[in-house]
Design a protein around this ligand. Structure first.
Ligand SMILES: [Zn+2]
Length: 176
């Protein structure tokens, strides 16, 4: 009888841990600021953090795009077809990058903006993949965000072609 109770206890304990595990993973995915001591939506001080350190903090998908200039597949990003009112922040460090009213529907397959927060982004020349392009990076943490092109709509004529994974959206209704 004792053995039976013991076995039941083990089984129910295992069931508990099995149920709890996905919950924890979900929480981590939904909050990139968790376990990230550099994340701030108000501090704009320049960060100098090594890639070895970022690799420990960021999810593999975000690390590949933000720190290794990878590009997410078109039409797969969560903000490609998304038009809620709010602000977009750097998913790596929390720096403010875009306001939703500068987002426009583009057919390129990535979220596109015609204007960025001047304090949010910086630019680098990018000659990789046999193309001459201008890379857009976060001004605070130097993470890769995407590229800028001159085929955007008025009033600027520019198109910030961004990776969804590099962005974190906070809706106006969430800010209270
Ligand atoms: Zn950043």
């Amino acid at each position: 009888m004792k053995t039976l109770i013991y076995l039941l206890a083990i089984i129910s304990f295992q069931m508990c841990t099995q149920v709890k595990q996905p919950e924890n993973n979900l929480k981590m995915d939904n909050n990139s600021s968790k376990n990230n001591p550099y994340y701030s939506r108000t501090d704009r001080t320049k960060l100098t953090v090594s890639n070895a350190e970022w690799r420990k903090i960021l999810s593999p998908d975000l690390y590949a795009v933000a720190r290794q200039a990878d590009t997410e597949r078109p039409f797969t990003g969560k903000y490609n077809e998304f038009d809620e009112l709010g602000d977009y922040y750097c998913a790596v460090c929390g720096n403010h990058l875009f306001r939703s009213d500068s987002k426009f529907s583009s057919t390129c397959g990535w979220p596109s903006f015609f204007e960025a927060d001047k304090e949010g982004v910086a630019y680098n020349r990018d000659s990789s993949h046999g193309m001459e392009r201008t890379e857009v990076v976060c001004k605070r943490c130097d993470s890769h965000l995407g590229h800028i092109f001159n085929d955007g709509p008025p009033p600027t004529g520019t198109r910030y072609c961004m990776n969804s994974v590099s962005l974190e959206f906070v809706g106006d209704s969430e800010k209270k």
